[in-house]
Design a protein around this ligand. Structure first.
Ligand code: GLV
Ligand code: MN
Ligand code: MN
Length: 425
């Protein structure tokens, strides 16, 4: 158990409401145990069994708190106060993040924002606080795209961007999303019913760990996010000719892994040397048949490009395509490249930024305005509502790894600022 950590916030009606810091930290521990590995890493890839278990745990906690928990057709978990407490006719304020993780990722990325959103909602409910807008807590489905390669799945559905999603998505092993989504309580044939219309939300707020070193280096406890990076993801397939590693002469080989290695180097160079985009990564590769004494037949890999300028991102994408064509030609392999995801860089809403900053000041927390280099559901929800994001420091600036951590007092501080921002909006 964590020591009780509480703070007072004040609603417009003057009601004093308090975040239960110990409950927040306990719930984070309990969630991290689902899909938790020996090394402290957490694997709850979107629509996996562990993800399903984690979502069920959070939903159960909401229901035990007297809230409702429903799953929309896209698999998003929506938590609300019971109907008789939804007194406001004004468009709701949505608060949340995602519940899925990358493979062997951290315990806080996404989970923190959802658990804190539940904490805010429960706190308001228990205090009987009337708010001008209904507050809806959300756990978005499959933000990471670690198993089903459609990152931002849940927020794309919520934002009605169905045309940008494949009609019958599959995971990396070719298993259909349709079935996994149904197990999670969604329905691939009814995605339209999960879309919220532009203007149907007053605001969307997301609390998240920074995942970088800025706040820690500056010694600030709250980050006010001013922008979220743009991103392009591409999948590449290279088809060569398999053969015996000992008997096939070097001359005339069609080795897709050699081409992949050159492509990876070109991708790194386009960010590092050529500065065509801020960062460029190949983080995933599959080799077939993946045998030490066989020339590979097929290689699949994913390229991730990020920049705050969409024109630079487009230019970087063109460079990858041109480089791939030349490398495939010289290596005598067949290449197929597809852009699988494109998210525009977004600015957060200035009024929400000011409100977050004022909330942090009133609560006595140090703060810093900063951009986000990671992608977030907020940048998708920005299609339908003004968005704001709050960051808390990441110890050693690391994320998507088992050692991802944030100091407990910073986790509680972030939730306090989230609650106060909701009340001020
Ligand atoms: C989301 O976690 C991202 O890759 O930025
Ligand atoms: Mn992540
Ligand atoms: Mn995240």
């Amino acid at each position: 158990m964590h020591d009780s950590v509480t703070v007072a916030g004040t609603s417009r009606s003057g009601t004093s409401v308090r975040i239960d810091g110990a409950r927040l930290l306990d719930r984070l521990d309990r969630l991290a145990a689902i899909g938790g590995g020996e090394d402290g890493g957490v694997t709850r890839m979107g629509f996996s069994d562990a993800d399903q278990e984690g979502r069920a745990q959070v939903a159960r906690q909401a229901v035990e708190a007297g809230l409702t928990a429903t799953v929309d057709a896209g698999g998003n978990l929506l938590m609300r106060r019971p109907a008789d407490h939804r007194r406001s006719a004004r468009p709701p304020i949505m608060v949340g993040s995602h519940l899925d993780t990358v493979a062997n990722g951290g315990r806080l990325d996404g989970a923190y924002g959802v658990v804190a959103a539940l904490e805010v909602l429960q706190t308001l409910h228990e205090a009987g606080t009337e708010t001008d807008h209904e507050v809806v807590a959300v756990g978005f489905a499959n933000e990471e795209g670690a198993l089903f390669p459609q990152p931002f799945w849940g927020s794309m559905v919520l934002a009605g961007r169905l045309d940008a999603l494949p009609s019958e998505p599959e995971d990396y092993a070719g298993r259909p999303l349709r079935e996994a989504l149904a197990r999670a309580g969604g329905d691939l044939s009814q995605l339209k019913t999960a879309a919220w219309a532009p203007g149907s939300l007053t605001a969307y707020l997301e609390l998240h760990v920074e995942q970088g070193p800025v706040l820690e280096r500056l010694g600030r406890s709250i980050g006010v996010v001013e922008s979220i990076t743009g991103r392009i993801q591409m999948s590449v397939e290279l088809h060569g000719r398999a053969g015996h590693a000992g008997t096939t002469p070097m001359e005339g080989r069609q080795d897709p892994l050699v081409v992949a290695a050159r492509l990876i180097s070109a991708v790194q160079s386009l960010a590092q040397e050529e500065k065509l985009c801020r960062v460029a990564t190949v983080g995933r590769m599959e080799v077939q048949p993946n045998s030490p004494n066989t020339i590979p037949e097929t290689v699949r890999l994913d390229v991730d490009l990020r920049d705050s300028d969409p024109a630079r991102l487009d230019a970087a994408e063109r460079t990858v395509r041109t480089a791939l064509a030349a490398l495939a030609r010289s290596g005598d392999v067949r290449a197929v490249i597809e852009s699988t995801m494109r998210s525009a860089p977004v600015q957060t809403d200035p009024r929400i930024r000011d409100t977050i900053a004022a909330s942090a000041t009133e609560l006595g927390f140090t703060q810093q305005t900063l951009p986000s280099g990671a992608g977030h559901d907020a940048q998708i929800v920005a299609d339908l509502a003004p968005v704001g994001m709050i960051f808390v420091p990441s110890i050693d600036g690391v994320s998507h790894v088992p050692s991802e951590r944030t100091a407990p007092e910073d986790l509680v501080a972030g939730a306090e600022v989230l609650l106060r921002t909701v009340l001020k909006l």
